[in-house]
Structure formats: structure tokens, C-alpha cells
Design a protein around this ligand. Structure first.
Ligand SMILES: Nc1ncnc2c1ncn2[C@@H]1O[C@H](COP(=O)(O)OP(=O)(O)OP(=O)(O)O)[C@@H](O)[C@H]1O
Ligand SMILES: [Mg+2]
Length: 229
């Protein structure tokens, strides 16, 4: 089976300076993400660089050293427009706090990324409904996020992340605000999506309970990937 490299990190570092202190939040990481249909976890203690690493993978940030390579191109050479296109088309983002727009309905929230890419409204609505159905939350499509439970909001947020059919879904502590049972349901859902839609789903977590569900796990400590399990 041939594996297609979606993102490659070569000796990547992200360095923050606070006064006299230099923090290597991501420290010389070499890693690649393949077109795998897998759920991958990045685990590590608070401050180990998980969010910083995810931001580099999603091109929300540019490394200080090393290369982030997407489709053979170093993103340090990308224009703002290319970076934004990459984030909109190739990556779906899922957050701990869902980040849904409170005054739009669940359906409208899912339609939004498609409308940003100028999909006709009718087509966007049809696709948003399909995604909400797949995530078993279609019956709540006309509700606004504040009326939904945390687990329901995260389902809507996952539907939104899938709207533009990205290759990669990046989720930063997606279960951090959920009880453990709902959290496990959400992780199982992400695993099923990875399988059935052949997405690479990368979940950052420090919840050890989740880790047994995932296909691959990488341990991050002090900005370095120290082990794979
Ligand atoms: N914008 C910033 N400016 C300065 N330091 C930063 C910045 N972002 C992150 N850091 C530092 O980089 C290190 C890694 O932070 P990061 O947020 O990636 O950790 P994390 O593993 O996601 O932690 P948590 O589990 O608490 O979310 C920490 O020491 C943090 O204080
Ligand atoms: Mg974090």
C-alpha cells in the first residue's frame, strides 16, 4: 500500500522568547503525516508543545527553524493567500471550546466554510444537512449553539470541520470540556470518520482514557516527539 505524504516536518522548531527566557515550544521535530485513514493522538503534559505543533501542521503558524512541507512546497515561501487556501481546503479544525458562531444555527455554522469558498447556498445547505445527518445531529439543525449540549456542539463543530472535505482534521483537546463518556463517543466518532472518509485525524489530548481508542500515539515532551506507541 503506498502512503502519500500530506505534510512533512523537517527539523522544525518554534521558539518563543519571554524576557531572558527562550522556550523551544517545538524543538527540532522531524515527522510526517500520511494519507492514512487513521486517528492519531499526540499526548503530553501541559506546556509540552502540543498546540504549537498543531498550529504548525495547520499553517496557523510558521516555524522559526526547519521546514514544513506541504505538497512538496515549503510553507515559509507561501503567500498569505496560499496559506489561507491551504487552511480552508486541506485542513479541518476542531477546538476544545467548539468555536461555533452563537447567533447562527447549527446548519448555518456548517454551511459557512463552504460559503467562504463560494459554494452556491443551496448546494452548501444540502451538504451541511448530509454532514449533520452523518454526525447524528440533524434533528438539532435549526438550533443555535447556546441551546445545544457540549457533545452536540462538538458534533456540529466536527461537521463544520468536514465541510470542505479536508484531507486532515486537527483537533486540539476536542473532549476537554466534555464528560468522559461523551468524550469517548466523540473520539470514536472521529475514528470512524478517519476510516470511512479516509481522513487523517490528529487529536491532541492529555486524556489517557482516550488514548486506547486511537490507532497511533505520539508522546511529546519539552517540544520533542520522544516516543511512538
Ligand atoms: N505565543 C506564545 N508566546 C510565548 N510562549 C508561548 C506561546 N505559545 C506557547 N508558548 C509556550 O510554549 C510552550 C508550549 O506551549 P503549548 O501551548 O504548545 O503547550 P500545550 O502542550 O498545548 O499545553 P496545554 O496542554 O496546556 O494546552 C509553553 O511553555 C508555552 O508557555
Ligand atoms: Mg494546548
Amino acid at each position: 500500500m503506498s502512503m502519500n505524504k500530506l505534510i512533512e516536518l523537517k527539523n522544525v522548531s518554534k521558539i518563543f522568547k519571554q524576557g531572558d527566557t527562550v522556550i523551544r515550544a517545538v524543538d527540532n521535530v522531524t515527522w510526517s503525516i500520511e494519507d492514512s485513514g487513521k486517528l492519531i493522538a499526540i499526548v503530553g503534559p501541559s506546556g509540552s508543545g502540543k498546540t504549537t505543533l498543531l498550529n504548525l501542521l495547520g499553517a496557523l503558524d510558521i516555524p522559526d527553524q526547519g521546514e514544513v512541507i506541504i505538497e512538496g512546497k515549503n510553507i515559509s515561501h507561501f503567500s498569505e493567500k496560499q496559506l489561507s487556501e491551504y487552511r480552508k481546503r486541506k485542513i479541518g479544525f476542531v477546538f476544545q471550546s467548539y468555536n461555533l458562531i452563537p447567533n447562527l444555527t447549527a446548519l448555518e455554522n456548517v454551511m459557512l466554510p463552504m460559503e467562504f469558498l463560494r459554494m452556491p447556498r443551496e448546494q452548501a445547505e444540502k451538504r451541511a444537512e448530509e454532514l449533520l445527518r452523518e454526525l447524528k445531529i440533524e434533528h438539532r439543525k435549526n438550533q443555535k449553539p447556546p441551546k445545544l449540549s457540549g457533545g452536540e456542539q462538538q458534533r456540529v463543530a466536527i461537521a463544520r470541520a468536514l465541510a470542505n472535505d479536508p484531507d486532515i482534521v486537527l483537533a486540539d483537546e476536542p473532549t476537554g470540556n466534555l464528560d468522559s463518556r461523551t468524550g469517548r463517543e466523540i473520539i470514536q466518532l472521529l475514528k470512524n470518520l478517519a476510516r470511512t472518509k479516509n481522513k487523517t485525524v490528529i487529536v491532541v489530548t492529555h486524556d489517557e482514557g482516550i488514548v486506547e481508542i486511537v490507532d497511533e500515539k505520539y508522546i511529546l515532551r519539552d517540544g520533542k516527539i520522544i516516543a511512538q506507541a
